[in-house]
Design a protein around this ligand. Structure first.
Ligand code: BES
Ligand code: ZN
Length: 632
């Protein structure tokens, strides 16, 4: 690891000044506030970036690139407006697997020297560019490698339409550096413009202001006026069409998928209204979705203005849309107020899960949100059991030094984070807590935050010296200790209590077909399937499958949960469906537990390896990195 360093909080600030300059004439108030905050303190070093933004920092990017499907490469120029704070002779960018061809300084393009440092498996290589004390702009000419981890190149067969290739990026956590030379730390924010050349029959979209249809030239231009961290840089290219959903919302998808997506996500405008009602104005103008092919490794990715989403939430009954509420919620928690380092990941995800469930409660009522909460709590308990109740990785504040930040991506950040916020809400009441969170988002808008900064704000704005309250909130126990405080409140769901009744009837011998499951949502089904005993008789498996047709379910969550039981009980009727699922779907959250269940026995492992050999070319690097390790 590189030597210890700190960078001043003030760095993130000029980013917000930049924004202020674009959106408001009257900047005095904000500037005063920022200067005051600048003086306030320092942010911790980001051990996952080589950039030294305290010395010289990028403020704006002009990206001019061509996307080449034949060579599976992106090539072009990244021109940065920089601020040489230390007035030294060097600026540092992150790169991984990039071919840096030339670097120029200034507008008249004077070539300068550069050097790439040693390569680290996760971090890649620092790019040191020689600059002058007065340098304000520089251009890096580069090309990506065909195996850039952020990029997935799909052949036509892997798309819904089967006629055109497709490409998408996934930059979080530290993969932006595999397709752009960039200061790849979430504490650094840039605005950007882009000019992207793609094959004429395809449309390009980004985490920016987007075109709504193809043009003759295949050249598209983009603008992101609000400063964003590098992990939110995003691009996708494919045979895409756009469909409006509401005033401010819409969907991009392949023509074959747009109809289903428009039905599934018809309520996204309502979600936006609900979200604004809770935490204030949406700051990104439009909110659109891009529905990707099934190899997308995540459920969703909150790229600003354009959430990337898996098609596995197209359940035809709008039952998996809490995922959209989640990505939308990131427009506040994450995109607006951003974790400064990946050790503070819970500030992004825990807040977002909390907010996601508030949005769902607003739309569908308390009993619906309670189901999500209880499922989340089950996930959390399983994660704690997997990691071990005393594992340091079960603390909210993580220590990922020397590791892939991906290792922090567990339900601890999501569900323990959420549970902590619910716990504070219960201690002070919803009204006071909402007021506090509103103030938090507004105070730190377009700035990085870290655990200390949040806790300080919590102490000064909410606890205010009330020792009884401080003890109740128990910061030490929740944030810095492993496991869960013994007195935490377990979320429960009334609707699940009903499911449990029917479940016990079934367990006591009542045939599955006689259970009244008529109005069950995906969540009730999921709860039911999760409760099934690990060992079941062939008769029990058949009885369930006959009554509920799990093996052929069109609901990806139900399928994925059912397959675990099919594997554990050697229920070969599901084999074909299982193989089809594994070869089509690349969503890591589904793949990992399924392959794990398979790999638990020698015969299962054989099966897993045979399927994996076929399916692997369909998976994104994010998924293969995990699975290669698991199945080796
Ligand atoms: N930002 C995350 C996805 C992510 C996190 C990608 C860290 C890479 C590194 C996104 O908001 C997310 O949490 N997605 C979840 C869905 C959500 C409903 C829990 C997912 O993809 O499963
Ligand atoms: Zn998230």
């Amino acid at each position: 690891m590189k030597p210890y360093k700190k960078f001043l909080l003030g760095l993130g600030m000029a980013g917000s000044l930049h924004l202020t300059a674009c959106t408001s004439q009257n900047t005095t108030e904000t500037e005063t506030m920022n200067t005051a905050q600048q003086a306030q303190g320092q942010l911790p070093e980001d051990v996952h970036s080589y950039a030294e933004p305290a010395k010289a920092v990028a403020r704006h990017l002009d990206l001019e690139i061509a996307v080449n499907f034949d060579t599976k490469t992106i090539s072009g120029k990244a021109t940065y407006d920089i601020e040489n704070l230390a007035k030294g002779n060097e600026i540092v960018f992150d790169t991984r697997g990039l071919n840096i061809e030339k670097v120029f300084l200034g507008d008249n393009r004077e070539e300068t020297t550069f050097r790439l440092g040693d390569s680290d498996k996760y971090l890649g290589q620092p790019l040191y560019v020689t600059i002058k004390p007065e340098t304000k702009r520089l251009t890096i000419q580069y090309k990506t490698s065909p195996d850039a981890a952020a990029l997935q190149w799909l052949n036509p067969q892997q798309t819904a339409g089967k006629k055109h290739p497709f490409m998408f990026t996934q930059s979080q956590a530290i993969l932006a550096r595999t397709w752009i030379p960039i200061q790849d730390s979430p504490g650094v924010r840039i605005t950007y413009n882009a000019r992207v050349q793609v094959p004429k029959e395809l449309l390009a979209v980004m985490s920016a202001e987007n075109p709504v249809q193809k043009n003759e030239s295949g050249v598209y231009t983009f603008q992101m006026k609000q400063p964003i961290p590098s992990y939110l840089m995003a691009l996708s290219v494919g045979d895409l069409v756009f469909r409006e959903v509401g005033q401010q919302t819409g969907i991009y998808a392949e023509p074959e998928t747009i109809e289903a997506a428009a039905y599934e996500f018809a309520e996204m405008d309502k979600m936006l209204v609900a979200a604004e009602k809770i935490y204030g104005k949406y700051r990104w103008d439009r909110y659109d979705l891009l529905v990707l092919p099934p190899s997308f490794p995540f459920g969703g990715m909150e790229n600003p203005r354009l959430t990337f989403v898996t098609p596995t939430v197209l359940a035809k009954d709008r039952s998996l849309t809490s995922l959209i509420a989640h990505e939308l919620a990131h427009s506040w928690s994450g995109n607006l107020v951003t974790n400064a380092t990946w050790d503070d990941f819970w500030l992004n995800e825990g807040f977002t899960v909390y907010f996601e469930r508030r949005i769902m409660e607003e739309l569908y009522g308390r009993s619906y949100a309670d189901m999500l909460a209880e499922l989340g709590y089950q996930d959390l308990q399983n994660t704690i059991a997997d990691l071990g109740a005393t594992s340091p990785d079960t603390r909210l504040k993580l220590d990922l030094d020397g590791r892939d930040p991906d290792e922090g991506l567990t339900d601890i950040a999501y569900e323990k984070g959420n549970l902590f916020l619910r716990h504070i809400e219960m201690a002070v009441g919803r009204e006071r807590f909402d007021e506090f969170l509103n103030k938090y988002f507004n105070t730190f808008a377009f700035q990085p935050t870290d655990t200390d900064k949040f806790l300080n704000f919590l102490r000064t704005e909410l606890i205010k010296g009330d020792e009884v309250l401080a003890e109740k909130i128990n910061i030490e126990g929740w944030v810095f200790s492993p496991g869960l405080p013994a007195n935490h409140v377990k979320p429960t769901s009334e609707r699940f209590a009903q499911v449990e009744k029917l479940f016990s009837d079934w367990k006591n011998g009542k045939p599955a077909a006689q259970l009244n499951t008529k109005d069950w949502s995906s969540h009730e089904w999921l709860h039911f399937i999760r409760m099934l005993p690990e060992q079941m008789s062939p008769q029990q498996m058949q009885d369930l499958d006959k009554a509920f047709n799990f093996t052929n379910s069109g609901n990806s969550e139900v399928l994925a949960a059912w397959f675990i039981h099919a594997i554990n009980n050697n229920y070969i009727t599901a084999d074909k469906a299982l193989e089809t699922f594994l070869t089509n779907v690349g969503r890591r959250k589904f793949l990992v537990p399924i392959y794990k269940a398979l790999a638990a026995t020698p015969e299962g492992k054989k099966k897993a390896l045979a399927i994996y050999a076929k399916a692997r070319p369909n998976y994104h690097a994010v998924s293969t990195v995990t699975l290669d390790e698991m199945l080796k």
